[in-house]
Design a binder for this molecule. Structure first.
Ligand code: PLP
Length: 486
């Protein structure tokens, strides 16, 4: 493909993408295709001679769109939102053109340097204390990880390395294997499954603790578990605090868990994969700032903390900061330094390959730069507030109908609700609701109570969209309850 063809293809694609997103409401939110639908639609082998780009364009509607779940449709209420915006899409084009693999500073200085500054911008938007920022000149700084799962695993591996080093210093006769066999981390039964997975991948024990009756993990529960394990000769080293659980967007008691981790020298990982983006609004950043104060004014400064606030319009972002004095555990934990990756400026700027699992990394900070500049903080805050308002609007509609109940406090853009009645009734209800094809929700279950989750996902969602979703919910209930009475 030559540049002139690229320009024509690219322009057509931009038009297509804009049309797709502007008219996304007209599409059925979840496709009706069966597994294996795609293979018969395309040739069995790659073409020997090049196809025309016009033919590729034509195949998007024929081959791809019938099998697309439209995550950015205002009718999509499943899981949690994923970021998307026009500036982010344009940034991806530029990132695709530069197509560097920015594992070290010299591999593409702009790739590293823009990320360092963007994560400082984000840290300031979140109201993080100075020492979390690279510009403070200390050990602080952020990094963009590919996914929340990776961020949790990286934190766990860093915490593991740190615990091994600490114990070896105190008890040099212990082998690494002995120490690892005694390490124990803590999570809540409401934490995301990626936490359990991080424990499996990291080869350490993780204890799943029970939250209180409002589904929040409490400091006392963590402290009791730590004491029990210390008595049994184990080594507590890592704990996960979720701010915005996947099932119900519940906030663990950071104000209680933080001081316990500080007291027992346990690395605290904060998983704010969904709710973290709301912390750019001052009214939602209160919890986290209170915690920072507690944490930083504590007697020890050797605790470590990682925060992952990814659901910005830009996509996935993870931020972390070392509170520890001494070596930076993550960088040391993952540091292998072959000759071909060395460069003369080593040590004077971050080499992000040490901060993550893969070696290679895309120029993802461009996305953040474009989004932050082209929306501005005020618009991003307004977007978050609007999504939360829309969730409260849906909540008010649910509360206005006695057949339904709200099962969790609505704090962010997620409403957990159910028909009054059995789990079976609610399972049948969701099946019927999703089966109508107009909107899409997924369920969850806490303490054996099955409920539906309605997340406000699309950045294009308006009040009129919520009215449509509510109409679907109401009509489905009418249908189901009429059928049950027959
Ligand atoms: N943590 C929480 C609270 C989540 O809700 C999710 C996904 O929804 C994850 C972690 C895992 O996210 P990822 O797909 O980025 O690994």
């Amino acid at each position: 493909m030559e540049a002139n063809q690229f320009k024509a293809f690219g322009k057509e694609m931009i038009d297509y993408v804009a049309g797709y997103l502007e008219n996304i409401r007209d599409r059925r939110v979840v496709p009706t295709v069966e597994p294996g639908y795609l293979r018969p639609l395309i040739p069995e082998k790659a073409p020997e001679k090049p196809d025309k780009w016009e033919d590729v364009m034509a195949d998007i509607e024929r081959v791809i769109m019938p099998g697309v779940t439209h995550w950015h449709s205002p009718r999509f209420h499943a899981y949690f939102p994923t970021g998307n915006s026009y500036p982010a899409i344009v940034a991806d084009i530029l990132s695709g053109a530069i197509a560097c693999i920015g594992f070290t500073w010299i591999a593409s200085p702009a790739c590293t340097e823009l990320e360092v500054v963007m994560l400082d911008w984000l840290g300031k938007m979140l109201g993080l204390p100075e020492e979390f920022l690279a510009c403070s000149g200390g050990k602080g700084g952020g990094v963009i990880q590919g996914t929340a799962s990776e961020a949790t695993l990286v934190a766990l591996l860093g915490a593991k390395a740190r615990a091994i080093a600490r114990v070896k210093k105190e008890q040099p006769e212990m082998s690494d294997a002995d120490i690892v066999s005694k390490l124990v981390g803590y999570t809540s039964s409401q934490s995301h499954s990626s936490v359990e997975r991080a424990g499996l991948l990291g080869g350490v024990k993780l204890r799943s603790l029970l939250p209180d009756e409002t589904n929040r993990l409490r400091g006392e529960t963590l402290e009791n578990a730590i004491k029990e394990d210390l008595d049994a000769g184990l080594i507590p080293f890592y704990a996960v605090n979720t701010l915005g659980t996947t099932s119900s967007c519940t906030f663990d008691r950071l104000d209680e868990l933080g001081p316990v981790c500080n007291e027992y020298n346990v690395w605290l990982h904060i998983d704010a994969a969904y709710a973290g983006s709301a912390f750019i609004c001052p009214e939602y950043s209160v919890t986290i700032n209170d915690f920072f104060q507690i944490f930083d004014e504590g007697h020890r400064t050797s605790g470590l903390l990682q925060l992952q606030p990814p659901q910005m319009v830009a996509g996935e972002l993870r931020l972390f900061r070392h509170v520890a004095e001494g070596p930076s555990w993550l960088v040391n934990a993952f540091n292998v330094d072959p000759l071909y990756l060395k460069h003369e400026q080593q040590g004077s700027a971050p080499d992000y390959r040490h901060w993550q699992i893969p070696l290679g990394r895309r120029f993802r900070a461009l996305k953040l730069w474009f989004v932050l500049r082209l929306f501005g903080v005020e618009n991003l805050q307004a977007h978050i507030r609007k999504q939360i308002e829309l969730a409260h609007y849906f909540e008010s509609l649910v509360r206005s109908d006695d057949r339904f109940e709200i099962t969790e406090e609505v704090i962010m853009g997620l409403v957990c609700f159910r028909l009054r009645g059995s789990n079976e009734t609610n399972e049948a209800f969701l099946k019927r609701l999703n089966g109508r094809g107009a909107i899409h929700l997924v369920p969850s279950k806490i303490r054996d109570v099955y409920f539906l989750r309605l997340a406000v996902c699309s950045r294009m969602t308006e009040k009129s969209d919520i009215d449509i979703s509510w109409k679907e919910v109401k009509e489905t209930a009418d249908e189901l309850l009429a059928k049950n009475h027959c």
